[in-house]
Design a protein around this ligand. Sequence first.
Ligand code: MLT
Ligand code: ZN
Length: 484
Amino acid sequence: AEAYPKVTRKTDFKVIDSTDLNYFHSILSNDEILEAQSSEELASFNQDWMKKYRGQSHLVLLPNSTEKVSKIMKYCNDNKLAVVPQGGNTDLVGASVPVFDEIVLSLRNMNKVRSFDPVSGTFKCDAGVVMRDAHQFLHDHDHIFPLDLPSRNNCHVGGVVSTNAGGLNLLRYGSLHGNVLGLEVVLPNGEIISSINALRKDNTGYDLKQLFIGAEGTIGVITGVSILAAAKPKAFNAIFCGIENFDIVQDLFVKAKSELSEILSAFEFMDRGSVEMTIDYLKDMTFPLQNHHNFYVLIETSGSNKKHDDEKLNAFLSSALESKLFSEGVIAKDHADYERLWTWRKSVPPACNINGGYKYDMSLQLKDLYSVCEAVTKRLDEAGLIGDAPKPIVKSVGYGHVGDGNIHLNIAVRVFTKEIEGLLEPFVYEYIASKKGSISAEHGVGFHKKGHLHYSRSDIEIRFMKDVKKHYDPNGILNPYKYI
Ligand code: MLT
Ligand code: ZN
């Protein structure tokens, strides 16, 4: 992993001393504090998921209650100790790891479901509940968590809300800005601001909770989440198909919306390179199609009547084959088969991240969505950087959420080099700005896109963001050195 470029430690932040440690020991039990002589010993808290960044923190606090988070924040604010909040640390933009010696505030021990109301579907939990566990709990209560992600076994509910992640079913259930009903947040000065008991509708003035959704822990620490769970669909199905070009991917999307309508719940695409990497990664699994194609699409349906849904999907499949929208397609035979088809999509990110890599997460109009991947891949290829070892890049690939106009461009590397970086940036951002897209669709800004907000936000928007940061965190102790 690279050291952080272009930043120096702020001298007005205090260096932790024995008085501070004594204080933390006075409010926390031994299993809520991890201290180390070297940051190496705390590598899993210091190192990011993409293996790009590595902080040097020697102290991790893992409080098990909101009151303790509040005491920690008040103390840190009074003493100018910098803090980085951390959930499952699956963040993809260097937002959840320290840069220097910031205290890591892990929400891992706040892992209880608080309540569930099966009539309204309101689910309340601590921020540190692992998404997989939220899914399991709701599944057992005939509901589903309205968001799913490839990192579901590690990511936390609070972290996902802090990131405003979109996931695989946004097309059906909408974004967290709509699904989150209320939040409990500890502010940098230790005050607790809570809308966790909010109802479905609440129009009493500014909707403050929205600011914390996607703020990446820069203005408060989310400790509790109230979210609207959907009723569990009784029937799921999926098709996986091979398509020759991205124009046809769009035609198929239009057809799916119109013919599958209310049962359509995901429309994901992968390019040839991302599937090739996944075939290598899933060595022991048989690929569902006979031939190779330039694009692959996974379409999911979920509804309340298996017979009705399967009939619809089968009719869709035959008519798409007939009108030559795709050359080859398979429908899941049973639930295990459905899970297997999803494995081909959910395994793309880990397949591209074996030695680490560069990742860009962008929104564009659908007609332009894949063009950014073509432009970048061409540029890296012309520089002779992609291919077998010793070339530094294994592959440059694109995949993502067609329904959300969101592409993930992944450059899987053997080593990180300055030459690759120089070719990627600012090229990628300038390209996105030229097409009026967004440089972050769902992964956030973090450290990676620090200084780049202007490619997607106006000066006045950035000024307002800075005002918000100053208002909530006047000492700047919360998740410092990141995008704001
Ligand atoms: C995905 O869509 O797979 C997620 O955003 C994660 C990723 O791209 O790494
Ligand atoms: Zn995604």
